[in-house]
Ligand binder design. Structure first.
Ligand code: AVI
Length: 335
């Protein structure tokens, strides 16, 4: 008999244990580096995804409003350039509010592939898209899109391909990784296909810092949630009250840096504690004031991003900004 074989319960447990060990090792390595850091993809458990949605509605966090304004104005033009029966892949679809602005303008799109690391949100959003556009093939993929190598395109006849990467999430990659990611997407799309990408712009440092230090403390809760998430995943014993959120503008590198600052001398165990109080390789010692970098959020000049895109193999069809010049959306074509 042929067909997919689902792994036995025992095999699934083995996979989960292996995954847990890999994450523990990755976290041990990044926390032992200089500077100490945590991979920002661990922000996004269900609570992290919920807190991020709350951030996007904050008065101080301008990117979502600015990008929504731009997409509202340019989506019809994007649809005209891309043409009928397009298939769309979206990286980091989240709750998908911006998706509708583009998808609703496309002429009879043939397939939609949302890619996201937050499983529950992705499954729920894919179901909503299916209900609203029953004729559209929807193929959700749960993964870290920076690691994605191939996309599950359906067999159906299709027009052009449009990749969509809103939110300036490209800014969470350092510029070299951003170039590598864009180049990889270009290769998998192929010549003549399109990439619509949102990119936050350099601006007054006070506004930038306010966007990441909101008065209600939602960004602080989002930042600290990474420790709770790791405790759940690894059985580690981070004390979220032992760390404080901080976000600063680093002008030299053109990035916002999100930090967690240790409030006291403390030892964190990433796994079971060693017997008799002996230090274990899984224990990390933090001094008071020591910093964990949890996220970089790079901001670009309009022309600087055009250059990055060109170096990654694209030509710019159009680039738009909002009325205030805070944010940009670029329609790129693979050369
Ligand atoms: C997802 N990403 C683009 C957000 C940003 O602005 O870098 C994540 C975020 N971190 C704090 N606030 C929002």
């Amino acid at each position: 008999m042929t067909g997919p074989v689902s792994p036995s319960r025992e095999a699934r447990v083995r996979i989960m244990v292996r995954e847990e060990e890999e994450i523990r090792e990755e976290v041990r390595t990044t926390l032992s580096g200089s500077p100490r850091s945590l991979p920002c993809r661990f922000f996004y458990d269900a609570e992290g995804a919920r807190l991020f949605e709350e951030i996007t509605r904050l008065e101080e966090y301008y990117p979502t409003r600015a990008e929504t304004e731009i997409l509202g104005g340019c989506a019809a033009e994007v649809a005209r350039v891309v043409g009928p029966r397009a298939r769309m892949v979206e990286f980091g679809s989240g709750s998908g509010e911006k998706t509708w602005l583009v998808l609703d303008e496309l002429e009879s799109p043939s397939a939609y592939v949302p890619v996201d690391i937050a499983r529950e949100q992705l499954v729920e959003f894919a179901a909503r898209v299916r209900r609203r556009l029953p004729g559209l093939e929807v193929l959700p993929v749960v993964t870290d899109y920076t690691r994605l190598s191939e996309l599950p395109w359906p067999e159906t006849e299709a027009g052009a391909t449009l990749a969509f990467f809103p939110g300036s999430t490209v800014g969470n990659l350092d510029p070299e990784d951003a170039r590598t990611f864009l180049a990889r997407v270009a290769r998998s799309l192929g010549s003549g296909e399109f990439f619509l990408i949102g990119v936050d712009l350099v601006k007054d440092p006070d506004r930038l810092e306010r966007a990441y230090n909101d008065a209600r403390g939602v960004t602080a809760a989002f930042n600290l949630n990474i420790l709770r998430h790791l405790n759940t995943r690894l059985g580690s014993d981070f004390d979220p009250d032992g760390f404080r959120h901080r976000a600063i503008w680093n002008a030299e590198h053109s990035r916002i840096e999100m930090h967690l600052v240790s409030q006291r001398d403390q030892v964190v165990s990433l796994g079971p504690r060693a017997a008799h109080g002996r230090p274990s390789a899984l224990e990390i010692v933090f001094g008071e004031g020591e910093v964990i970098v949890t996220e970089y959020s790079y901001k670009y000049g309009l022309d600087d991003f055009r250059t990055v895109a060109r170096e990654a193999g694209y030509g710019t069809v159009s680039a738009w900004t909002d009325a205030r010049g805070d944010f940009s959306v670029h329609l790129l074509e693979v050369r």
